[in-house]
Design a protein around this ligand. Structure first.
Ligand code: ZN
Length: 317
């Protein structure tokens, strides 16, 4: 879909809660969310640096002044969620940047983050999709603990730490709408895969911080919260979170088993493509799955393989 076909005002998913397509990689791949309440606003997730003009246009289209934005909150510091933080903070004079305590230093000085991401994706991908990263002044960064709330107008958003995909992952629950904005804590999906009562999401677990037990605990916690809807960063809103949580757990348990059986990350990738196909919605071929989730599947195979090697090193110590 060409960029101009995307509605600059975004898509309202609940009262005062708007999904914005950040344009990262392709349409309907990565979202940010805008919360508007009583003339004040918060932005949850930023997309990449190139996403900043889209998010600012969304503010304009919804009549939100630049100085009415109180918070910019990347759910974690992976660059499709936090790469636009520096650019947005430069454009939003009243905003504070809320991040998980483990992500704080990476927003103030993104040098190490950049090195790690270049090592994983390569320079060409980094320069095309992520550059440049700009630091955020430490005076504007606030670390958000589990159980804290942030205020947007008359609304409180509850901060929930949701590790598993990454240690520095948090999600925000809006009690007013009962929507959980999950970041990457609740898998990834795309249009055509996630709708209905049998949604298909993939538990994406990139290197180097995958932790299966933390991921299972996060899914149980989200289930216990009983949100009406879960709004993931990738991409459609999930209307049956309980069913989706159980599926994600089953898919991850299977993937952990395959990780033990595989003899290389390439072999593991093949097992993921073939094994997870059993959960695909009717009528979707595994070739389409492999194409649409290609980056997610590769990242997950790498993340699982990295975790297995870490386990093996621990065992021989
Ligand atoms: Zn991520």
């Amino acid at each position: 879909m060409p960029a101009e076909a995307v509605d600059p005002a975004g898509v309202t998913i609940a009262s005062g809660l708007i999904q914005v397509d950040t344009g990262y990689l392709r349409a309907a791949h990565t979202a940010a969310y805008l919360v508007i309440d009583n003339g004040r606003a918060a932005i949850i997730d930023t997309g990449v640096g190139h996403s900043v003009p889209r998010i600012l246009s969304c503010l304009d289209a919804n009549g939100v002044d630049r100085d009415a934005v109180d918070w910019v909150i990347p759910t974690h510091v992976h660059l499709d969620h936090a790469g636009g933080a520096g650019g947005l903070m430069a454009a939003l004079p009243s905003a504070r940047l809320g991040v998980h305590p483990s992500g704080e230093t990476h927003m103030i000085d993104p040098t190490r983050l950049e090195t790690g991401v270049r090592a994983l994706y390569g320079d060409e991908f980094f320069d095309r999709e992520y550059a440049p990263l700009t630091p955020v002044s430490a005076t504007r960064v606030v670390s958000l603990d589990d159980g804290e709330s942030v205020t947007v107008g008359a609304r409180q958003l509850d901060v929930i730490h949701t590790p598993g995909h990454a240690w520095h992952q948090l999600s925000l629950h809006d009690p007013l709408s009962a929507v959980l904005v999950a970041g990457d804590a609740f898998g990834a999906s795309y249009p055509g895969y996630a709708e209905g009562t049998s949604p298909f999401l993939v538990p994406v677990v990139p290197p180097p911080q995958f932790d299966p037990d933390a991921y299972y605990r996060t899914l149980a916690r989200i289930r216990a919260l009983q949100p009406c809807r879960v709004a993931p960063a990738h991409f459609p809103v999930i209307d049956v979170p309980g069913i989706a949580a159980d599926r994600l757990r089953a898919m991850l348990e299977a993937a952990v088993d395959w990780t033990g059986q595989a003899d290389s990350s390439e072999d593991l990738l093949r097992r993921l493509v073939e094994g997870w196909a059993q959960w695909l919605p009717a009528g979707i071929e595994s070739a389409a799955f492999e194409r649409d989730f290609g980056l997610d599947l590769w990242l997950t195979a790498e993340g699982l393989w990295h975790w297995r090697q870490k386990q093996a090193r621990r065992a021989t110590r």
